[in-house]
Design a protein around this ligand. Sequence first.
Ligand SMILES: Cc1ncc(COP(=O)(O)O)c(C=O)c1O
Length: 391
Amino acid sequence: MDQYNRIISEIEPSRSVTLMAKAKEMQKSDPSVINLSGGEPDFATPEKICQEVAKALREGDTHYSDFRGNADLRKRISEKLLEDNGIACTADDILITPGGKYAVYLTVRALINPGDEAIWLTPGWVSYPSIVQASGGMPVAVHLDHKDAYRVHREQLEAAASDRTKLLILNSPNNPTGKVFSKEDLAEIKAFLLAHPDVYVLSDEIYESIVYESYQAESLAADPELADRVIVVNGFSKSSAMTGWRIGYLMCKSKAMTVIQKLFQHTLSCVSGFLQRGALVALDCREETEEMRKAYSRRRELLLRELSDVPGLHLFTPEGAFYAWIRFDVEEDSAAFAERLLDEAKIAGVPGDAYGEEGGTFVRFSFAASDKVLLELTKRLRRFMTAQEND
Ligand SMILES: Cc1ncc(COP(=O)(O)O)c(C=O)c1O
């Protein structure tokens, strides 16, 4: 008999979480290490939010809440989804979860039976395939091509589909590439979905508020022809600098919600009521969210400017989120190269293979960091790549 759960035992640990821990450990003995492997805002949670939670605690809001989440928070989220994303839904379609990641887990777990397949697009977030596997399903990767600016084509989705396809996982703005689906991408995806009426969609919109220039994150859940089978995942980690709070939500208009809710009741009971009070205030911190977005935008400009002429280095222009997705002209694979960058240049980023990228040697660096740190990053990358050229 196996000692541990066979499926979970075989899952890879999260590469980004593991790398972040390794770089933090290295920083203790060598403060010159630049750690850009994480995926979190470097800003403090807005003060108003913290004050509301302190008040909630003083008022004794420390008991179980409605398992679905506080009614006022769910109502406010349904209003936000309509105002910002054009998604028509009610408070009953919302479930408050401990972070977006758990919302992804609940959705996948509620939909996937053993042997079912879930299509995910690569480069894509490290946790999607692992969560599908943990649920007994089969992740099926559709490789988007950097040479084609990561456009989505219906034929690729068709080629990945089978009679076991249950779910299509989408993420825009994308982690790690920063790509935002264009209207053409969404049209291709929609055409595929209309031809496969039994396929659900998990639309991970966690970076939706962080977009640049005229890019806009559009949700398929706003499309009346698809709305009933799109489950939206979002949260407060990235938009309000609340990664450590562990609070997010999902929106589901289909009967899948009852299955999701049952799993939630038996595994979580509810999200802390006092945290939800903070989340309600976060939804009214538009100015603060916009200030953070503007800061990311300035840092993005800095990277685009400083890295444009570094030899052997190609930065994919981020359209959203806060990641610099860089392709390096080197012989090694991304894991070996990222390891060397850490050892020799003291820069920690996440190698592209962790995101299923197969089209070259890529590394993802977060640019949720100060200008000083980012300038140092660009200097070290220039020095490192110039030395490669001269070798
Ligand atoms: C694409 C994507 N989805 C979901 C999450 C989960 O965010 P959280 O669980 O902090 O809300 C992350 C966090 O890094 C992410 O990058």
